[in-house]
Write a protein that binds this ligand. Structure first.
Ligand code: GLN
Length: 522
């Protein structure tokens, strides 16, 4: 009930496309009945979760934030959703995103933009309550008291919820706050990051204890960084994509957003492992990641942290650089070896990603023709062709249409080698950069997640800043190209007082070590 109230009170942030509060209530009472009758409980029994609206959900609209899928109700659950439900999770709703997960800001949704709760001036929200919302785990926070942060988080985490019913603990949103009214458009606010912005906001505001996102080039890690939560992108093939509506099949992975690394471990162990419905999932049995009970006892002796020099990229903000430097110093001071490494092909990653993404998009989007799913244009009966064209024109936004056109161009016979094949080769070089660094004994790479803290909406929307916003993926896209696991952990506050995340990257299937290092840092 407490999480439901938070959903109602934070509607202004637009984090949910579809609220499933009735479903949540009945799942919660089933869970309560199981608890009362003493029957065996799932690890997530009674825990409120949120699901990005590009995961298929049985009987619940799955729109990808696009007009073309408005009203589409899948006849089955994505494997990730089913695994959560099988463990007793309570589904609060489907979260908002950039249309078909194309974007880094969660602004390009047919349902409107997602707003970051940090420094957000809610209507009827007393200024002195604002800090409560902002209590997260921030290593280098110069604001607030870190012991308080910890207490607040622990009471809010799955792991420390003794009855696992999600009702204990203090709220990020004060109980008496009412923010259900809509604000005037002129007011500025911080961008939530994307494309899993709705999921990041759902976790940051405490409407859900964990959320599913998808990460193709940074879509879980970027909003996690902007909203001050943990965002984890697992090794490609560890989590099933069955029922996740594809953006770029060779890069997409389901991702996890939580408040703490411990909670990410709990979620990962529920979700990971082979799925008969997804032939790209790992076939070896999944070895669960062990949670760290005493982070203070973790020894960093022998740990080798790499700092990629190319990540000192143009546009890196000084406050992000300072958080990054401080983190490196902290590891060194506690016995880790920290050294500079080189990933020379990093600078090609944005352009390489753009080509590969457009090519796969042009193929994936062909299924939306106005015949089988969602939106069908009216009065387009001149021919089947005209029906396709009109439905697709009305159904897709300009970002999606632009990528379909670009992909078709890159895949033309005359362009195929110059663009698509060339981009595949560059992708291989980017992967080899990482393999090379890990082969000489580096355990984990430490980088910023984004170039800056969350930008303001007014800044992000300005036309001349559009290409700059595309650069925000520079630290996240190479990881998808190499299929590696990476996690963004809240580290600090920007000069403007919004969160800054740092990213840890490990070799394929190094989840145990990666999340242990992240837990130590948190
Ligand atoms: N920003 C990138 C894009 O627009 C990545 C998005 C994602 O990870 N889904 O394609």
């Amino acid at each position: 009930e407490k999480c439901i109230r938070r959903v109602q009170k934070t509607r202004e942030l637009n984090s949910f496309i579809t609220e499933t509060l009735d479903i949540a209530r009945s799942q919660a009472s089933e869970s309560q009945a199981r608890q009362l009758s003493g029957s065996s409980l799932g690890i997530l029994d009674g825990v409120p979760v949120a699901v990005k609206d590009n995961f298929s959900t049985l009987g619940v609209q799955t729109s990808c934030a696009s007009a073309i899928l408005k009203g589409y109700v899948p006849p089955y659950n994505a494997t990730m959703v089913q695994r959560l439900l099988d463990q007793g999770a309570v589904m609060m709703g489907k979260t908002n995103l950039d249309e078909f997960a194309m974007g880094s800001g969660s602004l390009d949704s047919v349902y409107g933009p997602v707003r970051n709760p940090w420094k957000y001036t809610f209507q009827n929200y007393e200024a002195n309550k604002q800090d409560d919302l902002n209590k997260q785990s921030l290593r280098f926070s110069n604001k607030g008291n870190s012991a308080n942060h910890k207490n607040n988080i622990q009471s809010e985490s799955i792991k420390n919820s003794d009855s696992t019913n999600g009702q204990n603990g203090s709220s990020g949103i004060p109980e008496d706050m009412d923010v259900s009214d809509t604000r005037s458009e002129e007011c500025d606010w911080y961008v939530s990051g994307g494309s899993s912005g709705g999921s990041a906001v759902a976790v940051a505001t405490g409407t859900a204890f964990a959320a599913l996102g998808s990460d193709t080039g940074g879509s879980v890690r970027i909003p996690a960084s902007y909203c001050g939560v943990v965002g984890f992108k697992p090794t490609y093939s560890l989590l099933s994509r069955y029922g996740l509506i594809p953006l770029v099949n060779s890069l997409d992975v389901p991702g996890i957003l939580t408040k703490t690394v411990d909670d990410t471990v709990i979620m990962l162990n529920v979700l990971a492992g082979h799925d008969v419905h997804d032939s790209t999932t790992m076939t070896d049995p999944y070895k669960p990641v062990l949670a760290v009970d005493f982070p203070e006892k973790i020894s960093l002796k022998g740990l080798h942290i790499g700092i990629p020099k190319e990540y000192h990229a143009p546009g890196l903000a000084s406050d992000v650089l300072s958080a990054w430097d401080k983190a490196a110093d902290l590891f060194e001071a506690h016995g880790a070896t920290v050294s500079e490494v080189s990933l020379p092909h990093t600078r090609f990653s944005i352009v390489c990603y753009s080509i590969l993404c457009a090519c796969e998009v042009s193929s994936n989007m062909a299924r939306y023709d106005g015949i089988e799913f969602g939106h069908r244009a009216q009065n387009a009966d001149a021919s089947t062709e005209a029906l396709y064209a009109a439905s697709r024109h009305e159904g897709f936004n300009d970002v999606v249409r632009g990528r379909i056109l670009a992909g078709n161009y890159f895949l033309l016979n005359k362009n195929y080698d110059t663009y698509f094949i060339q981009a595949q080769k560059v992708r291989k070089l980017i992967s080899e950069d990482f393999a090379c660094v890990f082969s000489v004994g580096v355990d984990v790479l430490l980088t910023p997640t984004t170039l800056t803290g969350a930008p303001k909406y007014s800044w992000y929307k300005r036309e001349d800043n559009r290409t700059r916003t595309e650069q925000q993926d520079v630290f996240t896209q190479p990881i998808n190209m190499a299929g590696l696991p990476a996690v963004s952990v809240p580290a600090s506050l920007s000069d403007e007082g919004v969160p800054i995340g740092l990213q840890f990257i490990g070799p394929m299937f190094s989840e145990q070590k990666l999340l242990t290092v992240a837990r130590w840092f948190e």
